[in-house]
Structures are given as structure tokens and as C-alpha cells.
Design a protein around this ligand. Structure first.
Ligand code: C2E
Ligand code: MG
Ligand code: MG
Ligand code: MG
Length: 278
């Protein structure tokens, strides 16, 4: 059954929705057409570097403008995975994000970092390495400017295979981040074997940071863990000045969230990247 998401977004189907229901069949054929016609939009949400007080990179977040309104990636990425449409869609996202970052770099005089989310199926698919290489070559972006975000659950069902994939990606020169860190099932012993550069602390811990002493303790511990393992650390979902102050005090390297900027079109980035905070 449909569930309201707020901010004008609407959840179109849930796990309980019948696989063959008319709405799902229609959504699937709309998705197939949208992939062919490349009728998606990438929004970007910048990340603030707390040391410099400036935005230094941005995360690509896909949007699907649809006759029924804007469909959230939480709703169509799972469908794209089930139908394997994630493969061409994922390739489009990689290409578009790299091209956008390079074009923005021409305006700013410096190419910003660009983070791109990978889905589980995309991560496991054999052609991933070639897709990433093709996007790097086509855009001519410095590979170290690209950070691919994966989640713990994506790597945990076949750890050895995942480490091989991560290493192959690192060999292309791109960076890797663990997204939503702290909510998955990875054990700390694996963390040291994962060739990742960044931990993104899940929004769930940031939300109640200033009210819940356990969330505060977890956040501090992840920041300390990242520092000890020489990893970059980003807090996502920062919505209040109090959260920002806490993260600054505990020397979190970067922050991202509605307080600093909501995801927006690439056209809105130049103005943001020329601002200084703090
Ligand atoms: P994520 O990668 O963890 O992205 C963060 C989500 O939190 C985004 O939702 C973003 O709009 C939202 N967000 C950012 N700051 C705040 C904040 O301060 N407060 C709150 N409440 N939310 C905030 P979005 O864009 O709806 O994306 C949801 C998820 O869908 C993403 O989670 C990611 O897992 C997936 N996704 C988005 N774009 C892509 C994509 O291009 N490819 C793939 N494979 N997955 C994507
Ligand atoms: Mg992400
Ligand atoms: Mg996240
Ligand atoms: Mg998430």
C-alpha cells in the first residue's frame, strides 16, 4: 500500500505489492522506456569540508521525473535491480556524473570530487569495472576525483569476491566509500581488509546525536575509528546547527545534509561551491 514520504515524494509500491499488479507492470514498462530515453536527472548534494569551510565534493542522487510526480530512487532502484535495468541505468549514472563534474570543474577552475552510489546488483555484475573505466575515459576525469559509494550489505554476502571487485576498482584509481556505515552487518575485522577510503556515518546516528547519548557515543567512536584506520569520515543527514557543532568539535572531516544544502540540479552547484561556511 502506498505510504507518504513527505516533501512531495510518494512511495509507489512496497515489498508487499503484488509482483504482477497492474501498477507494477506499468511502472516497469515506464522504467524501461525511461532508461532507453535517458529521461532521468542527476541531482547533486555537496559535502562540506570542515577543515576549509568549503564544499569540495558532491554526491550524485538520481531523480526520475514521472507523469505521477518525482519518483524516489528508493522506489525504482529496487525495481531496476530486479529487471536488470540497473546495468544500463548504472552506466548512464556513471557517465553523466563524471561529465557533470568535469564541466563544473571548468567553471570552478578545479574539478570537484564526485561520489556515485552503486547498487548491489551493479556491484556484483561482471561488467562494472569496464563501465567505470569507460566513464573515466569518456569524461577524462582524474580518477581520484571519483568516489564510489557501496554499502556493508553489498559486500557481506560474498566477502572475498567483494574485496576483489573493490581492489579492481581501486586499481582504476577511483576512491571507495562505505555508505550508511554502522547499519549493516560488516564486522570490524573485515573493515581492515576492505580497500576503502571513506566511511559515511549513517543518518540514523546523526539524527538524534544531540539528544541521545548512545548515538553521540557511536558517532564519536566511528570518527575515532576512521582516524585510527586512516580513513576519511563523512557525516550524512546533518540538519541542525547543534549537530554541525558536535561534529566540528569531534573533528569529523566532512558533513553533508539539508542544513548545508539540499540535493539540487548541477546548475545550482557553482553558487554553492563558491561560498565559504564557518
Ligand atoms: P544515500 O546514498 O544514503 O543518500 C542519502 C539520502 O539522504 C538521499 O536521499 C538524500 O537526499 C537524503 N538526505 C541528504 N541529506 C539529508 C538530510 O539532512 N536529512 C534527510 N532526512 N535526508 C537527507 P535520496 O536522494 O532519496 O536517495 C535515497 C537512496 O537511494 C540513496 O541513499 C541511495 O542509496 C539510493 N540512490 C540515490 N541515487 C542513486 C543512484 O544514482 N544510484 C544508486 N544505485 N542508488 C542511488
Ligand atoms: Mg550515498
Ligand atoms: Mg547514505
Ligand atoms: Mg541511505
Amino acid at each position: 500500500q502506498a505510504k507518504e514520504l513527505g516533501r512531495g515524494e510518494f512511495r509507489f509500491f512496497s515489498d508487499s505489492m503484488n509482483r504482477n499488479s497492474a501498477a507494477r507492470v506499468r511502472l516497469e514498462s515506464d522504467l524501461r522506456r525511461a532508461v532507453t530515453e535517458e529521461s532521468f536527472v542527476l541531482f547533486y548534494q555537496p559535502k562540506l569540508d570542515l577543515e576549509t569551510g568549503r564544499f569540495s565534493s558532491m554526491e550524485a542522487l538520481i531523480r526520475w521525473p514521472h507523469a505521477d510526480g518525482m519518483i524516489s530512487p528508493a522506489d525504482f532502484i529496487p525495481l531496476a535491480e530486479e529487471t536488470n535495468l540497473i546495468v544500463p541505468l548504472g552506466e548512464w549514472i556513471l557517465r553523466r556524473a563524471c561529465l557533470d563534474a568535469v564541466a563544473l570543474g571548468e567553471r570552478l577552475g578545479q574539478v570537484p570530487g564526485v561520489a556515485i552510489n552503486l547498487s548491489a546488483r551493479q556491484f556484483r555484475q561482471a561488467g562494472l569495472i569496464d563501465s567505470v573505466r569507460a566513464a573515466l575515459e569518456e569524461s577524462d576525469i582524474v580518477p581520484g576525483k571519483v568516489e564510489l559509494e557501496i554499502t556493508e550489505s553489498m559486500v557481506m554476502d560474498d566477502v572475498e569476491a567483494a574485496i576483489k571487485t573493490m581492489q579492481a576498482l581501486r586499481d582504476l584509481g577511483v576512491r571507495l566509500a562505505i555508505d550508511d556505515f554502522g547499519t549493516g552487518y560488516s564486522s570490524l575485522s573485515y573493515l581492515k581488509r576492505f580497500p576503502v577510503n571513506t566511511l559515511k556515518i549513517d543518518r540514523a546516528f546523526i539524527r538524534d546525536l544531540t539528544r541521545d547519548s548512545e548515538d553521540a557515543a557511536i558517532t564519536q567512536a566511528v570518527i575515532a575509528l576512521a582516524r585510527a584506520l586512516n580513513l576519511h569520515v563523512v557525516a550524512e543527514g546533518v540538519e541542525t546547527h547543534e549537530q554541525l557543532a558536535f561534529l566540528g568539535e569531534h573533528r569529523c572531516a566532512s558533513v553533508q545534509g539539508f542544513l548545508l544544502a539540499r540535493p539540487g540540479p548541477i546548475e545550482s552547484m557553482p553558487a554553492l561551491f563558491s561560498k565559504t561556511f564557518i
